[in-house]
Every structure is written in C-alpha cells, then in structure tokens.
Design a protein around this ligand. Structure first.
Ligand code: PXP
Length: 237
C-alpha cells in the first residue's frame, strides 16, 4: 500500500509569518527520504497554505508523483499554467471550512464533474474523486469513470478506537473499497488517519494508496518528519 503525504500544513505554518520557514522544499525532501511514495497538496481557492509557486517548485525539484486536491469548480487551465500534476483529486470546498468537510455530493453536480474529468483525461492526468463511504454515492461516482476514488475516512477517524461505531465505520470502508475495486478503479483513502487508527485500514488489501497529512506534520514536531512518516509506513509496507 502506497503513502502520499499531504504537506499542506508545513505551508500553513510558513504562511502564519510569511517568508520561507519552514521550508517546503526541505520538508518534502525529508518526507521522500523516509520512503513516502508521493506528495499531495490542496491548492485552496483562498490560498491559505499552498501557493501556486509551491507547485512550480515541487514539479521542478522532485520527480515524485504529485497529487493536487482541487475544488470541483476550480479553473483547471489556470492550474496547468503552474503545474501538470500526476493526479488531480476533486474535492468539495467551502470558503470557511477548517478542512475538507465531507465527500463530493456526486449527484448534485455530475455535469461539472464530468467536464473536469474529461479535461483531466485530455491532459493525461489521473483523476480521483473524494467520496464518503456510502455505496450509493460510490456507485454514482463510478458512473463517471474516474481513474481512482478516494474514500473519506474522516468519520472513521473520529470514532473511539475499537468502539461499535468505529467497527461499523471500518466495515463501511471495507465494503466500499471492495465495490470500487470490483469496478477496476484504483481505491484510495484518507482524512484523519494517524498512527493509532491506520493499522486496521492498512489491512484492506484492495486499497492502493493512503493520503495522510495533518497527523504526520503534527507528530513531526516531536520526532521529526522522517520518523513521523516511517511510523506510518511500518503499517503499509
Ligand atoms: N484526502 C483529502 C481529499 C483531503 O482533503 C485531505 C485533507 O487535506 C486529506 C486526504 C488528508 O487529511 P489529513 O490531513 O487529515 O490527513
């Protein structure tokens, strides 16, 4: 199972003061040295952490797969002026949310999703849809033929470990992973995962990649980025 590390919150800390500390390039080098398989960034419309210049820097410095999370209605052509990512993950984005609040409501705006997916295909960029672990929504997402579906693990991550609600949320993620896999689509998962709750997720064999950010950056304050990444990788490799 692969790990893409979301480094948004290194940029969050930098943006608090402006300037260049912590240095995103050095942070990514540490993450990759530790053995991560890729880097994820969320280019938010309010630019609260990652900046367009960061994307240019990442692409010109590192060969690693780059996954850019983007709002459904964001301007893809504007993105392509800064970077051609390996993958674009389409996410819902609300102006005042602290973090992505849920998966896409696929049936709310399938036309916009369809247009975005078509543009990505034309550019040779892998597409991924961020979706809640609900079989009905997953089936709607599958109808749009994305290359991957990322299951939102936020609800799972909020349940007390091993509680009935935790086990129920885990079962839902397993069921949805299998459903996506059965359709020949790559299965990804992420949001709220950390070294305490990742083990059970890592046992879902059809899952191809996890996307983890906040817990790794937070943990790195105590143990450094390389160790924080390796702690997660021990469950995945
Ligand atoms: N996947 C998606 C689609 C996200 O929006 C985020 C948060 O940016 C993550 C994964 C990573 O979540 P976390 O930072 O909680 O690990």
């Amino acid at each position: 199972m692969k790990l893409s590390v979301n480094i948004d919150h290194v940029a969050t800390l930098r943006q608090v003061r402006g300037g260049s500390e912590p240095n995103l390039k050095e942070a990514i080098a540490e993450v990759l040295k530790a053995g991560a398989d890729g880097i994820t960034v969320h280019l938010r419309q309010d630019l609260r952490h990652i900046q367009p210049d960061d994307l240019k820097m990442i692409r010109s410095t590192f060969q690693t797969p780059l996954n850019v999370e983007l709002a459904v209605h964001a301007n893809l052509d504007a993105l392509f002026q800064h970077v051609i990512p390996s993958t674009v993950t389409l996410v819902p984005e609300h102006p005042h949310e602290v973090t992505t609040e849920g998966g896409l409501q696929v049936n709310f705006d399938p036309a916009a999703l369809g247009v975005a997916l078509k543009t990505l295909k034309k550019e040779g960029i892998q597409s991924s849809l961020f979706v809640d672990p609900d079989p009905t929504v997953i089936r709607q997402a599958l109808l749009l033929h994305p290359d991957a579906i990322e299951i939102n693990t936020n609800h799972y991550s909020l349940q007390p470990l091993d509680s009935p609600s935790y086990l129920e949320a885990l079962e839902k993620i397993k069921e949805c992973s299998q459903l996506i896999h059965n359709h020949g689509v790559r299965v990804l998962a992420g949001h709220g995962l950390n070294r305490n709750n990742v083990e059970a997720i890592s046992k879902i064999s059809v899952l191809d990649e996890l996307n983890i950010g906040h817990s790794i950056v937070a943990r790195s304050l105590y143990v450094g980025l390389q160790k924080a990444v390796r702690e997660i990788l021990t469950y995945l490799k």
